[in-house]
Write a protein that binds this ligand. Structure first.
Ligand code: HEM
Length: 179
């Protein structure tokens, strides 16, 4: 919608080109799909290994939603699931390197920056969809947990592979059992 407005802007200086428009769409597609897929994949792997946490997450989901589809007021109450997603993002952050080019040198004085947990980046260019991505993951995981118990397949080979995001090179194979 905003992109369309930008394309039709009456002020020529503010107007964006068709190439810019296509680039923005590609950014959304790549930034949105690969990252979310990576987060969901690693979270499923962790839950397939740590079945006690999988059971705790399932209990929480059933308590809040029963067999109904997840609804917005209760999604905010998914405490265990939030912890699980944060731990998954800490262990397997989908984006591990962001390169920046500085226009001029910046003095930071004697400031020592501690190692920190910023899976969605920080500052003016932080991920525009961090809340959306986590909410989406909560819905997907809730709907899987309502239906299936899953365990790791013996064919799984651990192979985190950083290309654009950190993805499992050989996939994540799990075995599904109906709840
Ligand atoms: C688990 C999922 C996701 C992770 C871990 C993630 C992570 C990130 C990171 C680290 C950045 C760079 C922040 C920086 O430069 O400081 C970023 C930027 C961005 N993300 Fe995400 N992201 C996720 C999901 C999504 C989704 C679902 C969308 C869109 C539907 C999206 C759209 C964007 C866009 C457009 C930017 C560029 C923002 C800008 O430069 O102004 N992301 N994301």
């Amino acid at each position: 919608m905003l992109l369309k407005l930008g394309y039709h802007d009456t002020d020529e200086k503010k107007r964006i080109s068709i190439e810019d428009l296509a680039d923005e769409c590609k950014t959304f597609y790549i930034a949105g799909q690969e990252t979310s897929g990576s987060m969901l994949g690693w979270t499923v792997l962790l839950l397939a290994i740590h079945t006690d946490w999988q059971e705790a997450a399932r209990k929480e989901v059933i308590n809040l939603f029963g067999n109904q589809n997840p609804h917005s007021d209760a999604i905010a109450k998914l405490k265990t699931m939030t912890m699980i997603i944060n731990e998954s993002l800490r262990l397997y952050p989908p984006v591990i390197s962001i390169s920046r080019k500085v226009e001029r040198q910046v003095q930071l004085g004697k400031l020592i920056l501690p190692a920190a947990f910023f899976p969605f980046g920080l500052g003016p260019r932080t991920c525009v969809a961090s809340n959306f991505a986590v909410t989406e993951a909560k819905i997907v995981l809730s709907m899987i947990l309502q239906r299936y118990i899953f365990t790791l397949s013996p064919s799984y080979i651990h192979s985190p592979f950083p290309i654009l995001t950190v993805s499992p090179k050989h996939g994540i194979q799990v075995m599904l059992h109906r709840v």
